[in-house]
Design a protein around this ligand. Structure first.
Ligand code: ASP
Ligand code: MG
Length: 316
């Protein structure tokens, strides 16, 4: 299927073809390896929440393209569908387990034009990780390990499946290269995130991206201590993460600067005011995007049993 043909796509009403089952086997292997590696490193496995008064504003962000935020009233209170568990991760890492992961479903009602990018879904799952007192480089090493070990395992155990998909996949070699966003903007213009991936064989880290208030901004140098991981072959961004802000004054000032409604972030601000919000670093990996890359499919919705293509609402 081509990317464009997904614009009218809905779930099929006939037995799934072998290709889809093969993709599910690849996804099962990836999740098995990734969760096992994290458990071996002593991470807690936390379960997600979906409805909350607080969620990621997703703004400001160069990638922003949300056409609607889902808000409903329950028990007389307004709650939102989870856009990312960043607020919950920051609270938990400060008050509870110092390193954990969550397979967290997110709802982001992307503009329908994004159906044709082949990379966007309006429901997807992130493998979220957060570690107290960690730096960006610690998070790089964690995800480089998860990515290389899961690709190794797929190649070792599911060679026949990759062959059926016609996928010739290389095991990437860590550490992955690190670029600054500014360098790439100068070299490739505003579409750097697609271009850089086109010109590399292994995934690359890109740092210093001005965006949401919770990512750490070094006010002395103007550097943002955050990052994306960009996959090769045009698959694009698969991880976003950062070191985090933890000081009350700065958080408060950045929220005001961005025109953010502070009422959603009261708990974070109160913890910060009391000195209880710990410095941490973390990131989230888009599970479907990573599986789509490993399987080498044209559209990320091909890995979903019930596709969630922007603009298309199927029967189930
Ligand atoms: N998961 C990301 C983070 O940890 C936020 C996002 O969903 O973009 O920073
Ligand atoms: Mg992102």
């Amino acid at each position: 299927m081509t990317k464009a043909s997904f614009v009218g796509f809905s779930a099929p009403a006939e037995p799934m073809d072998e290709r889809k089952l093969v993709i599910f086997r690849i996804q099962t292997k990836i999740l098995d390896v990734m969760t096992r590696r994290l458990l071996e490193k002593g991470f807690y496995w936390i379960l997600p929440v979906i409805l909350s008064k607080a969620t990621d504003p997703l703004w400001p962000d160069p990638e922003f393209s949300i056409e609607k935020k889902i808000e409903v009233e329950i028990y007389g209170e307004r709650v939102r569908a989870m856009q990312s568990m960043i607020v919950h991760k920051r609270v938990l890492v400060s008050l509870g387990p110092e390193k954990f992961f969550i397979l967290s479903p997110n709802i982001r009602i992307e503009r329908r034009q994004r159906a044709a990018t082949g990379r966007h879904l309006y429901e997807f799952t992130q493998l979220e990780v957060e570690v107290a007192d960690a730096k960006m480089e610690d998070i790089f090493r964690i995800f480089e390990d998860l990515i290389t070990k899961s690709i190794e395992a797929v190649k070792r155990d599911l060679g026949g499946e990759l062959k059926l998909l016609g996928r010739d996949l290389k095991i990437p070699e860590p550490p992955f290269k690190v670029y600054k966003r500014k360098e790439l903007e100068e070299r490739y213009g505003k579409d750097w995130s697609i271009e850089v991936a086109r010109h590399s064989i292994d995934p690359v880290w890109v740092t210093d991206i001005p965006r949401q208030f919770y990512d750490y901004e070094d006010e002395a140098t103007g550097e943002w201590r955050n990052f994306d991981l960009i996959l090769p072959e045009g698959f694009g961004e698969v991880i976003s993460g950062a070191e985090r802000e933890y000081e009350y004054e700065k958080l408060s000032r950045k929220m005001e600067r961005d025109g953010i409604d502070k009422s959603q972030y009261g708990l974070i601000l109160r913890l910060a005011e009391k000195g209880l919000l710990k410095p941490s670093a973390g990131a989230g990996l888009g599970v479907e995007r990573f599986v789509a890359y490993v399987a080498g499919v044209e559209h990320v919705a091909e890995v979903q049993p019930f596709p969630r293509v922007p603009g298309v609402v199927p029967e189930i």
